[in-house]
Design a protein around this ligand. Structure first.
Ligand code: ZN
Length: 363
């Protein structure tokens, strides 16, 4: 039997108004805070939080994140964090802001508090950052030896975020279940401590991955309604947890498969940046279930996508289903996560899958 491994953030706290208690949360880890804050929230939050930290005599140094997460940008933040002798790094914002904070904390040996401002992906809990260059091309992945010390989710902020983000995150969470099932069938390794691995998934991680789809199907439509009305209720809290904690633990501790390869293929098309991560992954789920011949589940997923407004066709992602685009999306299948599916796939087979998904009847 191969060894297995499990990794997770040390703490996960979720609820309305938690950001207003940031000084209490960071106080457990240190007294000097350097915060990377998304430009979208920067003016409002940096002033409010500075006041909060001043009132309890703690140092707070905010820096604005906008643009791209490059090695140079991370270096710049590291210098600032060092200059203010920070012992706690806080990231507040979307995936790239949080990934920047993760990189700074790892390089500076500081504690890390991550505050996602939407529930659009499962990146906040993981021990990795995706690095790009100025031309927005993916150049590297940094893997860390530990996950964030605290993932702090303020449900009030999520309830006020655009609904499209929450719905996109639901697809990322659904994919976790289907990709975990494929990964387990092929006994593929997870993403924990790969340098000392490979490691397989624990039963704990498998249970969490399964709970993603269960939770999304049960609460997804109600959570969308709550988000539209800016209400924090049981359904919204359940979906925030599924999109962030369950999906994060599930993907990192079990593994991704075909749905995310399709996402990468769509990203490589000229129109690939017109949709969110989870929206592209959603289309990937339809492809994965088609390739697996799991048509009953595919029908269930399509009905759900139709109900919450996730894509059924490439055109719903702003990507024309041209021959060229289908070839881009089905290209370079070799050595991708398609190998984590329990049957061999090549470019031609993926192309046929795309054709089938595109020819399904509208709902
Ligand atoms: Zn994802």
């Amino acid at each position: 039997m191969a060894s297995m491994a499990f990794g997770s953030p040390s703490r996960y706290i979720q609820g309305p108004g938690e950001l207003a208690r940031l000084t209490a949360h960071t106080g457990k880890y240190g007294r000097k805070v350097f915060a990377v804050i998304d430009s979208w929230f920067f003016d409002d939050l940096s002033a409010r939080l500075k006041e909060l930290f001043d009132s309890c005599g703690r140092a707070f140094e905010p820096a604005c994140f906008s643009g791209e997460i490059t090695k140079e940008v991370i270096e710049g933040y590291c210098e600032k964090a060092q200059a203010c002798e920070a012992d706690v790094i806080v990231g507040i914002g979307g995936g790239k802001t949080l990934d920047s904070a993760k990189a700074v904390a790892a390089k500076q040996g500081c504690s890390l508090v991550v505050v996602p401002t939407s529930a659009s992906t499962d990146a906040p809990t993981s021990a990795m950052s995706i690095i790009y260059n100025e031309r927005h091309e993916h150049v590297d992945v940094y893997y860390y030896s530990k996950n964030p010390d605290l993932v702090l989710v303020d449900s009030r902020i999520i309830a006020d975020a655009p609904v499209r983000f929450l719905v996109s995150g639901m697809a990322d969470a659904l994919a976790t279940t289907y990709e975990a099932r494929a990964t387990l069938l092929t006994k593929s390794p997870n993403y924990i401590d790969q340098e000392t691995g490979p490691y397989g998934a624990t039963l704990t991680a498998c249970a969490v991955a399964e709970l993603c789809a269960e939770t999304i199907f049960k609460y997804g439509e109600d959570a969308k309604e709550a988000n539209e009305a800016h209400i924090v209720n049981e359904a919204l809290e359940a979906v925030i947890e599924a999109n962030t904690l369950m999906s994060g633990l599930g993907f990192e501790n079990v593994g991704c498969a075909a749905s995310h390869v399709i996402h990468n293929g769509i990203s490589a098309t000229a129109e690939g940046d017109k949709s969110l991560h989870g929206e592209k992954v959603a289309y990937g789920i339809l492809c994965q279930l088609t390739a697996e011949g799991n048509l009953e589940e595919r029908a269930k997923v399509r009905a759900f996508f139709h109900a919450v407004g996730l894509p059924l066709y490439l055109k719903d992602l702003g990507v024309p289903a041209t021959e060229e685009n289908l070839r881009i999306i089905s290209g370079d299948t070799k050595n991708t996560e398609w190998t984590r599916e329990p049957f061999p796939m090549d470019d031609e087979a993926v192309y046929k899958v795309l054709k089938e998904v595109e020819s399904l009847p509208p709902l």
